[in-house]
Design a protein around this ligand. Sequence first.
Ligand code: NAD
Ligand code: WQD
Length: 345
Amino acid sequence: MATVFLAGGAGYIGSHTAVELLNAGYDVVVADNFSNSSPEAIKRVEKITGRMVKLYELDIKDNSKLAEVFRENSIDAVIHFAGLKAVGESVQKPIMYYRNNIDTTLALLETMKEFGVNNILFSSSATVYGEENKVPFTETMARGACSNPYGWTKSMMEQILEDAAKADKDLSVILLRYFNPIGAHESGMIGEDPLGIPNNLMPYVSQVAVGRRECLTIFGNDYPTPDGTCRRDYIHVVDLAKGHVKAIDYILANNCVEIFNLGTGTPYSVTEIVDTFEKVNGINVNHVYGPRREGDLAELYANADKALKILGWKAEKTLEDMCRDSWNWQKNNPDGYNGKKETLA
Ligand code: NAD
Ligand code: WQD
């Protein structure tokens, strides 16, 4: 069976993808600098699957270290998860974001070329559609103007990968545009473990539920949506991970340059998330309504038809599954992987 190299594979989406690739019979090699993750995640992937993962601690920007990994393993395809992803932080520290996200991509492409590896999947984001395009977003739409440096790194990396594939006909590239991944593996052994105060909704909700944060602020209830709160296309991380397996199957069988939305196609509001979380888990989530957060769009969701048509993939899990599994992870691991996080915001 083929070997897949996961750059940044100890993180939230990478660890779930590792489980699904191993379950599908692929061999998995992971490299991560643990800037936003823990090696414990990979130990748990091994426990869940009963399979071994070769793990390297290194910075993906480091070409010479990366070359060692490619020398020691016969890699068939790469998935590039390694990136910094906090939108607000990217506004404060744009240079750090451009340096890390772009350089990891360039180092991977250079090393792949050196070792004759011709298949790469890239973790892109719905954020590249920008503000101009109308929902639902389809892959044929042009990339839009991003509202923050994080988004621009994704947009630029898409361009870099497309240009590289244009110049090198052997190189196959799949850009996977994720919508809003939430949830966790049903074992409750791996999940999202953000450092410090969470930026994203679901980790915040579950940390309030577990008592690590006092109260959730819902950012705005005067949007032009059915209940006035923003709507997003939340997708269960296990469905998302299975989408990667389908994309790996596809890229190993086809010389291609493709873009796929990985979303459900159905938007839910912030209030629906909080209500569903409380209902399925039988737990209260303290919340108040506050002002809008700068840069938020009212509504954002995918047209997910292309992934179904070409990859034969569609999200199967429900909002209830997402809320139940997020909470299962959080209550089993109240302080994340290492148990040395701060207590209250
Ligand atoms: P994550 O932070 O949990 O995972 C990213 C991993 O990359 C981490 O383990 C981190 O330590 C590692 N990393 C970062 N820079 C590195 C470097 N220079 N060298 C080695 N390792 C490095 O984030 P995630 O949610 O799993 O996201 C994975 C990818 O998907 C990211 O590129 C992210 O931008 C993208 N994405 C995430 C979301 C989301 O909402 N979670 C949505 C769209 C796209
Ligand atoms: C979801 C909704 C908030 C926190 C971001 C990135 C995007 C992609 C996914 C990587 C919004 C509301 C949130 C809170 C709230 N990441 N909210 N109170 O902003 O849709 O997307 O993550 O590529 O690029 O921008 O996700 O989870 O931050 O917010 O009311 O404390 O929850 O206003 O409507 P977002 P999010």
